[in-house]
Ligand binder design. Structure first.
Ligand code: PLP
Length: 448
């Protein structure tokens, strides 16, 4: 048995952590999870304030998720879905189609959120090649500024968080990018366009790129990684109507917001929108195993049918797509949503988060505060009156989250936006604790 000190040493030496400057990295080893709590190798307990990167919708070690996994393990851990199937994956696809907006009956499984996006982009492109009549000129995508759709090259092509992706621009394609109506652009300081202008921008792009656009891609209601940018009500519906009117496909990325985060099972249900592609991951398996899904319609599916000699097949796949262990836990997660009435339990929690957010907004170095469902982002600012940002090199957001650890919460910032994104299963008392720790972390690094 390795000591925590040995593990920390090996961690520093061998493990290259995502989005982490390894030269400055300080290991924290999480050994166990219990409900909303995580426990480190020294036995210290923390509330999981990021739901383990927006995944653990029911918290950790839920008995029904654990036993679904064990039951599937007693049958088979993995079989390929390249031309083969298994009962658990079939059942999961059916259950997803039941809870998704009507018409999204065809489910393509992959391994993570970025892969769900790649799948949708390639399917949309190939759809137009095989549509009647074919429209091979449709090679471009309209995307929203500050969008985050993952880190693979296609996902970067439609992404807009430049601090992560700008250097990779030569490796990928360029989307038609429109300013986000969810937040002021931090790079230019330009304010977010109001709803009418944002929709006019979309229409203008559709007109000036007529015949070139395969699809519009967006995160519905809230752009999460941008810094919890909340769109004005009606934006999603407006974009969906424009997509239909101009006959381009709509890809909704619900990798972050799907599975209850905004208060409904899927964010698009709040504006009664059924996209052509719905991309899911993270909460799909309640964070237990990597799995993603791209749901699509009969119209898209039909364009890919024919004899193999027609070469209409979707030549795309991921080794672990449809993995039965992941599917088993995904089914159990949907059962929990139904039996524990997870969505019905959310309104008081969302309200309690709003009360805390209002209090935190009054802190002297908190600028804008944005909330969507059970997620909130707090902008840390050097000067509240003018909204002037701190120099990014000072890493105030990261330091606030590190300071919150000594108050019993693990948080993950987005630049200088401190984010609260707890498991949906959090209790009101735990929410009080989490937001008290959030406020304490912010004060510790802004009021010195
Ligand atoms: C909206 C959105 N899309 C896609 C992704 C990429 O998912 P993954 O990290 O599983 O590839 C993320 C990840 O945070 C996301 O928030």
């Amino acid at each position: 048995m390795l000591s925590p000190e040995e593990l920390r040493h090996w961690d520093r030496h061998h493990v290259w952590h995502a989005f982490t400057q390894m030269h400055e990295y300080e290991p924290l080893l999480i050994e166990r999870g219990e409900g909303t709590w995580l426990v480190d190798s020294d036995g210290t307990r923390y509330l999981d304030g990021s739901a383990s990167m927006w995944c653990a919708v029911h918290g950790h070690r839920h008995p029904r998720l654990d036993s679904a996994l064990q039951a599937q393990l007693a049958k088979v851990a993995h079989t390929t879905n390249l031309g083969l199937s298994n009962p658990t994956t079939v059942e999961f696809a059916r259950r997803l189609a039941e809870v998704a907006p009507p018409g999204l009956d065809r489910v393509f499984f992959s391994g993570d959120g970025s892969s769900a996006i790649e799948t949708a982009l390639k399917m949309a492109f190939q759809y137009w090649l095989q549509a009647a009549p074919p429209r091979p000129g449709r090679t471009r995508f309209i995307a929203i500024g500050e969008a985050y759709h993952g880190d693979t090259l296609g996902a970067i092509g439609v992404g807009g968080v430049d601090r992560f992706t700008a250097m990779f621009a030569p490796l990928t394609f360029e989307a038609v990018r429109l300013p986000s109506p969810g937040g002021p652009c931090p790079a230019t300081g330009r304010p977010a366009p109001p709803l009418g202008e944002a929709l006019a921008n979309v229409e203008q792009a559709l007109v000036s790129h007529a015949g070139e656009v395969a699809a519009i891609i967006m995160e519905p209601l809230m752009q999460a990684a941008a810094g919890i940018y909340v769109h004005p009500p009606g934006f999603l519906r407006g974009v969906a109507e424009l997509a239909r009117r101009h006959d381009v496909l709509l890809i909704l990325d619900e990798v972050a917001v799907g599975f209850g985060r905004t208060g409904t099972m899927f964010a698009c249900q709040q504006e009664d929108v059924t996209p052509d592609f719905l991309c899911l991951a993270k909460g799909l398996t309640a964070g237990y195993l990597p799995m993603a899904a791209t749901l699509t319609t009969e119209r898209v599916w039909n364009a890919f049918l024919g004899s193999h000699t027609d070469r209409r097949t979707f030549f795309h796949g991921h080794t672990y797509g449809g993995n039965p262990l992941a599917a088993a836990v995904g089914i159990a997660s949907l059962d929990i949503f139904r039996d524990e009435r997870t969505l019905e339990s959310l309104p008081p929690k969302i309200e309690r988060l709003r009360e805390h957010a209002t209090r935190i907004a009054a802190l002297p170095h908190v600028g804008a505060v944005r909330q969507c469902g059970l997620a909130a982002g707090f902008d840390l600012v050097a000067d509240k009156a003018s909204g002037t940002a701190y120099p990014w090199q000072e890493r105030r957001g990261m330091r606030a989250c590190l300071a919150a650890r000594s108050h019993g919460a693990l948080l993950r910032p987005l630049g200088d936006v401190v984010v609260a994104w707890p498991p949906l299963s959090i209790t009101l008392e735990e929410l009080d604790h989490l937001l008290a720790a959030t406020a304490a972390g912010i004060r510790a690094v802004t009021e010195v």
